[in-house]
Write a protein that binds this ligand. Structure first.
Ligand SMILES: Nc1nc2c(c(=O)[nH]1)N(C=O)[C@@H](CNc1ccc(C(=O)N[C@@H](CCC(=O)O)C(=O)O)cc1)CN2
Ligand SMILES: Nc1nc2c(ncn2[C@@H]2O[C@H](COP(=O)(O)OP(=O)(O)OP(=O)(O)O)[C@@H](O)[C@H]2O)c(=O)[nH]1
Ligand SMILES: [K+]
Length: 457
């Protein structure tokens, strides 16, 4: 018999209500021992919520006044008998009740164990279980929508279809190879080739969605660079609408990297304000400079800022040299106090680049930056509702391995290999898809995945 598991499923700390969840064969028996309400627990109807008290049967001490829900298997999250106790939120009371439940025969659940059981008992597949983690951890609206889509099984459904097609193909080849005398229609190399081609393009298309998927999950990485005092911190503050970065008129006040998540039309953007890329004798600042260079290398876009009042100086050019080969936009700031000559000079220097003129002080031009940022993302049209989106690097790796296997099968055919050799690659392809849905996944991968969950999930 599987252990009966229990955990506090609400976040640590004080809240209005705290929920303890119990799952497994003993959960109803345990609840009967500790719950006293108008109706005996065993007579409570499944999927109802009931008022009563939690009383320690050995000391007769009342621990809390609660609402208890009963969910009879298999119609529960884990597909096991589940009891949920809604307590008053204090951690002391919650721990006391959890202790009592353990004394009565349950054990404390490991992180993610409820969800792991939901997976092992077949209620959700592996990619859906992973979507639960993503949903919990999502930082933005778009990120949580993508996770919810995955939780609803859109990705799984597609991949299962493809995997079934591959398996049918393998079966057909095996019958052809092993029982040539049977009167089923024999499969030819050409037929295998023709079946694999559309699968390859489908897998390729799914793989391609990862670029957007990653951005949705993690946010677009945007790094702001420029020499001291051009207005980097001011821009970060303006775009984020908060006052996180320190704005001063002493050059070099941004000594380190400041990160801020913002949301423009539902698109998550991680803005990074740097100390500027430039050589310096100051040790503290030099570390900042190294980190700035690293941030630029990892960014999806860099915003290079120029001070329109001061015009271009050699330091601007040095900084621009670090980012000119990256995806970038150039911002001419402080147009409110820039002379026409300086503006012309800057326009001329950056005539082959995307130059946006703004004044953070007056607010002019800021919306052009926002358009530029959202435009990067799927050319501005974020269609999340019905699209499959790969957001998980593990899934992306498996999809790519699947693609390589299909490619190998196709080139094995081109190279005149016999059908039974080609099936080896097709089997690999099916195996990799199964690694995403959990149909061919091993214990170690499972443990890796579920340990990322929080306790009580
Ligand atoms: N109190 C509480 N809230 C919660 C959860 C929970 O476990 N407990 N969930 C946990 O993550 C999420 C809800 N997800 C759930 C998904 C399926 C089932 C469930 O019982 N499914 C059954 C019966 C469905 C039905 O009655 O139609 C099934 O699929 O067989 C429960 C919760 C979020 N909120
Ligand atoms: N007139 C005018 N002043 C601005 C504008 N944008 C920023 N400033 C001012 O320029 C000064 C420097 O701005 P910051 O945002 O601190 O510049 P920074 O690039 O982050 O500076 P460091 O941290 O030194 O690298 C502040 O006094 C701002 O108020 C603008 O559009 N017009
Ligand atoms: K600053």
């Amino acid at each position: 018999m599987e252990d009966t598991i229990a955990a506090i499923s609400t976040p640590p700390g004080t809240g209005g209500i705290g929920i303890i969840r119990i799952s497994g064969e003993k959960s109803f028996k345990i609840a009967s021992r500790i719950f006293k309400g108008a109706v005996e627990f065993e007579n409570i109807k499944t999927h109802t919520i009931n008022y009563g008290k939690i009383i320690d049967p050995s000391s007769h001490e009342t621990l809390d006044e609660v609402l208890v829900s009963k969910m009879k298997r298999p119609a529960s999250f884990t597909k096991e008998d589940v009891v949920e106790i809604n307590c008053h939120g204090g951690i002391i009371v919650l721990r006391k009740i959890l202790g009592l439940i353990v004394k009565e025969g349950a054990r404390i659940a490991e992180p993610g164990e409820f969800t792991k059981r939901a997976f092992l008992n077949g209620r959700i597949d592996l990619s859906q279980a992973e979507a639960v983690i993503d949903l919990i951890n999502s930082k933005t609206d778009a990120g949580s929508k993508a996770a919810l889509n995955q939780l609803e099984g859109k990705l799984s459904k597609k991949l299962k279809e493809v995997r079934e097609k591959l398996i049918e193909l393998i079966a057909h080849i095996e019958v052809t190879v092993d029982y040539p005398e049977h009167d089923i229609e024999e499969i030819t190399g050409d037929m295998v080739y023709e079946s694999l081609k559309p699968i390859k393009s489908l897998i390729y298309n799914i793989s391609e969605t990862f670029e957007n998927g990653r951005m949705i999950r993690e946010g677009l990485n945007v790094v702001i660079v420029g020499r001291p005092n051009v207005g980097k911190s001011s821009l970060l503050n303006e775009l984020s609408g908060k006052n996180k970065a320190i704005v001063t008129d002493i050059p070099g006040t941004t000594r380190d990297i400041i990160e801020e998540y913002i949301n423009i039309k539902g698109i998550p953007i991680k803005l990074i304000d740097t100390a500027g890329i430039r050589e310096t004798e100051d040790v503290v600042e030099r570390i900042g400079v190294e980190r700035a260079k690293k941030a630029v290398n990892e960014s999806d876009l860099t915003i290079m800022m120029i001070d329109g009042e001061a015009g271009i100086i050699s330091e601007d050019i040095e900084i621009f040299n670090e980012v000119r080969n990256k995806r970038n936009i150039v911002i001419l700031n402080k147009i409110d106090i820039s002379s026409n000559d300086k503006i012309k000079e800057i326009e001329n220097y950056f005539k082959d680049y995307n130059l946006i003129k703004i004044s953070i002080k007056t607010g002019s031009g800021i919306e052009k930056i926002e358009e530029e940022l959202t435009g990067l993302f799927n050319k501005g049209s974020l269609r999340l509702n019905d699209e499959i989106l790969l957001t998980n690097i593990r899934h992306k790796n498996m999809i790519d391995k699947c693609m390589v296997s299909i490619d190998n099968a196709l080139s094995a055919y081109d190279g005149g290999m016999p059908l039974d050799m080609i099936t080896i690659d097709i089997k690999d392809a099916a195996y990799y898809l199964g690694q995403i849905t959990g149909e061919s996944v091993n214990e170690q991968v499972l443990n890796e995945i579920f340990k990322r969950f929080c306790i009580g999930k």
